[in-house]
Design a protein around this ligand. Sequence first.
Ligand SMILES: Nc1ncnc2c1ncn2[C@@H]1O[C@H](COP(=O)(O)OP(=O)(O)O)[C@@H](O)[C@H]1O
Ligand SMILES: [Mg+2]
Length: 436
Amino acid sequence: MELSITKRQKAFINASSGEVLFGGAAGGGKSYGQLVDALLFALKFPGSKQLILRRTLPELDKSLVRCALELYPRNIFTYKASKHEGYFRNGSIIDFGYCDSENDVYRYQSAEYDVIRFDELTHFTEQMYVYLISRVRGVNAYPKQIKSSTNPGGVGHTWVKRRFIDIGPPDVEHEGKIFIPSLVTDNTFLMKNDPEYIERLKRLSKKDREALLFGNWDIFEGQYFTEWNRKVHVISPFEIPKEWRRYFVMDYGLDMLAGYWIAVDTYGRAYVYREIYESGLIISEAARKIREATDKEVYAYIAPPDLWNRRQDTGKSAARIFAENGVPVIAAKNERVQGWYNLKEWLAPFRDETGKMCASLRIFSNCVNLIRTLPALNIDSKNPNDVANTPHELTHAPDAIRYFVAGRPVPAAVQKEEITDAPEFDRQIEDLLEFN
Ligand SMILES: Nc1ncnc2c1ncn2[C@@H]1O[C@H](COP(=O)(O)OP(=O)(O)O)[C@@H](O)[C@H]1O
Ligand SMILES: [Mg+2]
């Protein structure tokens, strides 16, 4: 028997994290990758037990079971259809399962598995997943893993995104979890055999097309920042040249300190390069943490104007307490709609001098909370120009970035020359700094 696999399938098969998610677009070779991986595991570890699941029985029979029967050599694998069990000559087992309702999970109550595999994970609820992964256990020394595959979208979109996508850059393990993206174009077999497939995907609605063709996790109905594009706006960290001007900007409340360090290059483009995102900090603690995380000189510390309102207990404003604790803040403008419009301008993609897609504001991949919440913001149902205030947790990081761009003109899209002179906005800041 001869098997070939794609590069991305190989990455999935080699992934050794406790929880692995393989996915992105439709036709990326996810189901096929699962079955090859399951086969290799079964052969390598005699007597091993695996469970591979789809949400419903018809889907299970039509996709995984059918594909396994074509793929697995008859002389080593037998399948018992009535029990949905597959047996290997070396004693290894693969159970083919499904989970129609929440209660279905209890079918697996007494079971033990070395590996559980979910195909189309977003079709499952988080409760199903969490219960079933507790069935991964056993006394043998075989690796214990949960390996899933999926497209974006589906009832489980949000929890899967939170668990695997929002944790940081793909192809890197974060606390035992890893996301391995695979696009349809990574599936060389499909590209060769069915070149029309991509054309068919292109004819879907924008939302489905983004999910199924591009594996985009960030797009949904009612999204405010529709210009968001992870490939343009999220970049790998690089060392900031020392002549670039640095800013710190924050939204502060006891419920959340969302603070960002932002550098501006000589074209006027901004790079959000560091994040602090912590709840429950009183002002002096918040100030201490900000100071500790500030390694290079910051030109201005920017904060929302409501920090200047007097506080009852000490009679001092929050801004004053920040200043006394070494963070001399200046007040940003707080006109919401104008600020969001500004941010849209800063995010608008364009081609730079070299022809590459670019935006005036980009974010280092380590700023995970900003990357998670900015694209997730909803349109306010009462005012379509504004951002919804709920879920409240989504608003902290974007508010901080809004304070940074408020009143700050967007640099020209394509600039032949570098800016050597301080822009008008920084002159205004200078006046404020003097005034403080
Ligand atoms: N390594 C491979 N070798 C041969 N054919 C493959 C391979 N990987 C995927 N395919 C084929 O490509 C098509 C799409 O793969 P599939 O696993 O069903 O994608 P997905 O589950 O991501 O939608 C299927 O027809 C499958 O048989
Ligand atoms: Mg599939």
